[in-house]
Each structure stands twice: as structure tokens, then as C-alpha cells.
Design a protein around this ligand. Structure first.
Ligand code: HEM
Length: 179
């Protein structure tokens, strides 16, 4: 069975590592209570937002690289419905991993908290402010960001479920293509 190129594997596992930070931290922030607010909450925002922006850059590079490097073909034994399901989940994940950070980024701008000062990108890179505070727009972008977060979670369950299905039920060792 043909494996992915080493560069594709690096892109994949760096994406996993960044998602493992951005997604749980995003869900946790709202549960930081009033008593803990201030410095702690800002650290969570800084980590979440820096991981999210980095994820956006990594996925952008990954897709650009992918334009000139095709994925290795799936083994002929994989039935058409499974191929379709895998492709659909992969495309949806790529699309959302680009859209989700943009929604978060513009929501922070609209809330009046651009990535500057305590939430500068990676702690020291001040990103430009794109708009003045606008609470209505911020609320709408934030609502879409919440829907995006839950949708990504569902897609990840399907994606990892697919891997488990291939390993445990079909026993075709498909996971080895990406490790
Ligand atoms: C792929 C990258 C990202 C993922 C998967 C992600 C995911 C999430 C999730 C799941 C939540 C919780 C939503 C909720 O339950 O209401 C959240 C909240 C949030 N995210 Fe992101 N996010 C990403 C990128 C970003 C970026 C790049 C920014 C800003 C630059 C950002 C800013 C925020 C803000 C401000 C919140 C609200 C936290 C709060 O006060 O409760 N996110 N994100």
C-alpha cells in the first residue's frame, strides 16, 4: 500500500497538534469563572488565538503544497461509499479549518480585542486591527464560530471513527499510510 509523502505526514501531524490545543481551549474559555478572570483568562485567549492563527497558516501552506502533490491512491479494495465518505469529511475539514480561524479572528476584532498586547500573536507579534468595535457583528461572528467549533468536533469524530473502523473492522492497515 502506497504511503503519504513525508511532507504530507508532517503537515497532518502538525495540524493534529495545533487542533489538540485550539479546540479544547476554545471550549474551556467560557467556563473560566468571574473569580479567575483577568490574567488567567487572557492566557487562555492568547493560547487559543495563537494556535488558531498558526493552524490557519499551516492549512493554507498545506493546501498550496497539495496542489502540486497528489495524495497516494486508495487501495482498489476500498468500496466507493467509503471513498466518498472519506473524501467528503477531508474536504469539509480543510474548508472549516480555513473558515473557523477567520471567523474567530474577525470576531475578536469586532469585539474590540484585536490580537495585540496581552493577546498578540505568539505573545509578541501585534496583528493589525481591521475594524472598530461592533457588538452586533461580533455576536454574529461568534455564533458562527461556535457552530464551526461543534461542526469540527463532529467531523473529527467521523474522521477518527473512520480510522478506527479501518483498523479494527476492515483490518486494512490504512492508518499506516499517514504514520
Ligand atoms: C481552527 C481554529 C479554531 C478552532 C477549532 C476554534 C474553536 C473554538 C471553539 C470550539 C470555541 C468555543 C465556542 C463556544 O462554545 O461558544 C471557540 C471560542 C472562541 N474562539 Fe476560537 N477556534 C479557532 C480559532 C480562533 C481564532 C484564530 C481566534 C481569534 C484570533 C479565535 C477566537 C475565539 C474567541 C474570542 C472565542 C470565545 C471564547 C469565549 O469567550 O468564550 N478562535 N473557538
Amino acid at each position: 500500500m502506497q504511503s503519504y509523502n513525508p511532507v504530507a505526514k508532517w503537515f497532518h501531524w502538525i495540524t493534529v497538534a495545533l487542533m489538540a490545543v485550539a479546540l479544547p481551549v476554545g471550549f474551556v474559555i467560557q467556563h473560566i469563572t468571574e473569580a479567575q478572570e483577568g490574567a488567567t483568562k487572557m492566557v487562555f485567549y492568547a493560547i487559543h488565538e495563537s494556535a488558531g492563527v498558526t493552524l490557519f497558516l499551516v492549512v493554507l501552506l498545506r493546501l498550496l503544497w497539495r496542489l502540486s502533490h497528489k495524495a497516494p491512491p486508495l487501495p482498489a479494495s476500498i468500496p466507493a461509499p467509503l471513498r466518498l465518505a472519506a473524501n467528503t469529511v477531508h474536504h469539509a475539514l480543510y474548508a472549516l479549518l480555513l473558515v473557523q480561524p477567520l471567523l474567530g479572528f474577525f470576531a475578536t476584532n469586532a469585539w474590540g480585542f484585536p490580537l495585540q498586547g496581552q493577546t498578540a500573536y505568539l505573545g509578541f507579534i501585534e496583528l493589525p486591527k481591521f475594524m472598530d468595535a461592533n457588538e452586533d457583528l461580533a455576536g454574529q461572528l461568534q455564533a458562527l464560530h461556535t457552530i464551526g467549533g461543534w461542526t469540527i468536533l463532529v467531523l473529527l469524530v467521523l474522521h477518527i471513527g473512520g480510522v478506527v473502523f479501518h483498523q479494527a473492522v476492515r483490518r486494512d492497515g490504512l492508518l499506516l499510510r499517514m504514520v
